[in-house]
Write a protein of this length. Structure first.
Length: 501
């Protein structure tokens, strides 16, 4: 705990110093205003309506953001280094096949109950047996261990198939977050151990309000509340920020050209945070054909998608993994001729292809406004193949229900990073594309081998990677991105008054 508090204190001192320098430069330091105080509210935004609060089921950037605020993992990655979080120490690997992890004492859930070793075991076992079980592959069993003599710390023991030097790094993945009794949490009973707790969720007002968890083991956050809004109108978020009604915007700082926000603004940009992709349902048999999926991928011109968004970096892609370098331009251009030849090979089994009467529905989530623009670009590519596409905008809950049931032809989806290194993101793309067994069979394959398998089966069609670019009001300090590319809200505080433009 001491090391955690020290890290938070060091970051706070640095943020205060920056705030003071900025305030002095602008002549706005009031007498006695030398440090932040606890209190006040920050209004920020989410990229879509939050529906998922189960770490195992989380997929989108909004899912990951909510998980990071409400729950804790055994370890975290800070500036590239793995550090203990719920765990008291790094794993004890004196026996490399039976790794022991001691837990911090006195950790409590939001309902006041103590976090036990069995909660950790049950949470990790649930993940291990899920569609994302490959994140913990190599673990044969997880059990409650004997208490460590030092301070009688509770512990867990992981039996491994082979030595795993990257185990602690994988236990920092947000999917490994610990939940009470290892049971899937839901909105009606949302109990975590994170720095924030749920106060209110209003689907009607498009607002999620969080309050500090006063008994968090790493200390209380500085704010008194955090209000997270989502929007269905493409420029509503920017309008709110421009008028001074919100503190942080992820979709621009002005809604109209020639305007400027009411208050002075700074900007912060993270690394790649999410993948936008075209997904497939099961309503039409043809969408289950790998050849059809490859044809669709070839028909979509991705280069123009770099203009989607409101200033964040948008990197068109043909792969589910963040590219080491930008794809060659020709790879991002549509190739209608090759795509048509692929599609024509299905004509014998699907007469609608030959007759050019194939019509498909493309679902979009109305709480992700950019997705309608993406869908229009996809529909244009399909038109070149002679495929008619009807774009259907649905509320977030109906969209999620239909996509989850496969009750659609096509849909625009989002897959966010969760903190796992290596090729875990590519294997997650197989999972969201319904190829769970294939994801588990990729163990031991090289990056090139996995990507060849992906290109052959095309479980989803990657469209572009995007990062998060935040516009931040001048009185908001301490904004930073975590290693999972979520915003580190526990470190945010209000310092002084906003500077008017």
């Amino acid at each position: 705990m001491a090391s955690k508090l020290a890290r938070r204190g060091a970051r706070l001192v640095f943020a205060i110093a920056l705030a003071l320098l900025s305030a002095v430069a602008q002549g706005t330091v009031a007498q006695g205003e030398t440090r932040p105080v606890y209190g006040k509210t920050v209004v920020a935004s989410l990229l879509e309506e939050p529906l998922v609060v189960d770490p195992v089921a989380a997929r989108s950037h909004t899912d990951m953001t909510i998980i990071s605020l409400l729950f804790d993992t055994l370890y975290r990655v800070e500036r590239g280094t793995v550090v203990p979080h719920l765990a008291a120490h790094l794993p004890d690997i004196s026996d490399p096949l039976k790794v022991s992890i001691s837990l911090r004492p006195g950790i409590r859930f939001h309902d006041g109950t103590s976090l036990r070793a069995q909660d950790v075991v049950s949470s990790l076992e649930r993940l291990r047996k899920s569609d994302l079980g490959f994140l913990l592959e190599g673990i044969k069993s997880i059990r409650v261990g004997a208490k460590i003599e030092e301070r009688q710390l509770a512990s867990i023991v992981l039996t491994l198939r082979q030595a795993d030097p990257g185990l602690a790094r994988r236990l920092a993945d947000l999917h490994t977050s610990i939940v009470a009794r290892g049971k899937a949490p839901g909105w009606r009973r949302l109990v975590g151990s994170g720095a924030w707790r749920l106060h209110q969720r209003s689907a009607r007002k498009h607002t999620l309000t969080l309050k500090p968890f006063d008994d968090h083991f790493a200390g209380r956050v500085y704010l008194d509340s955090l209000v997270l809004n989502w929007y269905t109108n493409p420029d509503a978020e920017a309008r709110s920020y421009e008028a001074g009604s919100s503190h942080i915007s992820a979709r621009g700082d002005i809604a109209f050209a020639g305007h400027q926000p009411k208050f002075a603004t700074t900007a912060a940009q993270g690394e790649i945070a999410a993948l936008a992709y075209l997904g497939f349902g099961t309503a039409s048999p043809i969408t289950g054909e790998a050849v059809f999926r490859r044809a669709v991928s070839g028909a979509i011109g991705r280069a123009g998608m770099s203009q989607i968004g409101s200033g964040e970096t948008v990197a068109p892609t043909i792969t589910a993994t963040p590219p080491r370098q930008s794809p060659r331009p020709f790879a991002l251009q549509a190739n209608a001729k090759v795509a048509s030849q692929l599609l024509k090979s299905l004509a014998n089994r699907y007469p609608a292809v030959e007759a050019k009467t194939l019509a498909l529905q493309l679902l979009v989530n109305v709480s992700r406004p950019d997705d309608s623009v993406i869908a229009a670009r996809v529909a244009a590519g399909l038109y070149e193949l002679g495929i008619a596409t009807r774009i259907v905008s649905l509320s977030a809950d109906v969209f999620a229900r239909r996509v989850g049931a496969g009750d659609c032809d096509l849909y625009i989806g989002q897959l966010a990073a969760s903190g796992s290194p290596g090729l875990a993101q590519l294997r997650k793309a197989f999972v969201v594309g319904g190829k769970v067994k294939m994801a588990n069979k990729l163990l031991g394959q090289s990056r090139a081998g996995m990507e060849r398998q992906f290109a052959t089966t095309m479980p989803i069609v990657p469209l572009f990677h995007r990062n998060l670019r935040l516009h931040i009001r001048s009185d908001v300090k301490g904004v930073a991105f975590t290693e999972t590319e979520t915003v580190d809200y526990p470190g945010i505080f209000i310092f002084g008054d906003p500077v008017k433009n």
